[in-house]
Design a binder for this molecule. Structure first.
Ligand code: FE2
Ligand code: FE2
Length: 135
């Protein structure tokens, strides 16, 4: 069973961004399955790397539009992104050096953070992006 499922509640009404959010949730679910199936460190490490890279890529997409169209909450939103990127890269470094394992607590932190970020912060730009004509 998937840990986190995309529903219409998550839609920011910009297809490009919705697709990226779906991809992020998909990677969290992949990690969850890998943990349940007892996959090895290399396998799990590869998904963590992809998730870390994709998170940066996704945040850059949102921030590009913030800058391009002058979104009013650019600075505070960017700060939440950089805090999360830092957390994920710290976890990745600790995982790679075998100091920590992937646990359900880590997965719940990731999925809760993403869920709350989309439903809270990201929703704040939804109307603005639609009005700017971003698809
Ligand atoms: Fe987002
Ligand atoms: Fe965001």
């Amino acid at each position: 069973m998937a840990l986190i499922e995309w529903t219409e509640d998550f839609s920011v009404r910009v297809e490009e961004i919705d697709l990226q959010h779906k991809e992020l949730l998909q990677m969290i679910n992949e990690l969850h399955s890998a943990m349940i199936d007892g996959k090895g460190t290399k396998y799990v490490g590869d998904i963590i790397s992809r998730l870390a890279d994709y998170t940066v890529y996704h945040f850059q997409t949102e921030e590009k539009y913030f800058d391009q169209f002058g979104f009013s909450e650019t600075e505070s939103h960017k700060k939440t992104h950089s805090d999360f990127v830092k957390k994920v890269s710290e976890f990745k470094a600790a995982f790679d050096s075998k100091e920590v394992m992937l646990t359900i607590d880590v997965l719940e932190f990731l999925s809760n953070w993403i869920r709350e970020h989309i439903l809270g912060e990201d929703m704040k730009y939804s109307n603005f992006f639609v009005e700017c004509g971003i698809k």
